[in-house]
Design a protein around this ligand. Structure first.
Ligand SMILES: [Zn+2]
Length: 199
């Protein structure tokens, strides 16, 4: 079976577009493309997002800003802690199938309050508990790594989610999708503003 982690010509081009935008963000040279008001008309499928970003909800990581994109450019799914749920998976499936998006970036970030809280508490109370429970595999994977525990957890969570999506890709993206869809993990360092590609 083909792997959703491999590169494809269109996916690579769109990844380059994301990285270029992020370089502008990190260097303070935003160009704000597609950020003027445009009246939409016709059916909703006229939009054509070029990338999907699955990320944490926190205010330090707004994706249209981090990648210097605008209206209609990105299909963004944000959930506190970057955790998976049935609704998140359904959103990924909807975006991929509806717009044939060639790249799904699962983006963890530094200074994640959700990861930090999960690291502090073994059994936190509900409703946060359900987020912390879903972060456990990432905390387990990263707990012996040297360096900053919160950043390590953020990286690990992006990798755990990306690996899951790659495994489930044939079911949610449809037959033949691995030829045109790349799913990768990445990490936003809020200290530098730079996004690092993990795999
Ligand atoms: Zn976060």
């Amino acid at each position: 079976m083909k792997d959703f982690g491999r590169t494809s010509p269109v996916g690579d081009l769109m990844l380059e577009r994301l990285i270029d935008g992020n370089k502008r963000y990190a260097s303070g040279k935003l160009t704000h493309p597609n950020q003027v008001f445009r009246r939409w008309s016709g059916p909703p499928d006229r939009q054509q997002p070029f990338a999907m970003i699955l990320s944490c909800s926190e205010s330090g990581a707004p994706q249209e800003v981090v990648f210097d994109c605008g209206v209609g450019d990105l299909f963004v799914i944000r959930v506190a802690g970057l955790v998976l749920s049935e609704s998140v998976l359904a959103s990924v499936e909807f975006g991929v199938r509806t717009w044939h998006i060639p790249i799904v970036m699962v983006l963890g970030h530094s200074h994640c309050s959700v990861a930090a809280a999960a690291l502090r508490a073994e059994d936190p109370p509900s409703p946060f508990g359900s987020l912390a429970t879903r972060l456990r595999p990432a905390l387990e994977r990263s707990k012996r790594l040297p360096g900053d525990g919160v950043s390590n957890a953020g990286r690990a969570q992006a990798q755990v989610v990306a690996e899951y999506l790659r495994g489930a890709g044939h079911a949610f993206a449809g037959p033949g999708a691995a030829d045109r869809l790349r799913i990768l993990a990445a990490f936003l360092n809020q200290g530098s503003g730079m996004v690092e590609i993990l795999d």
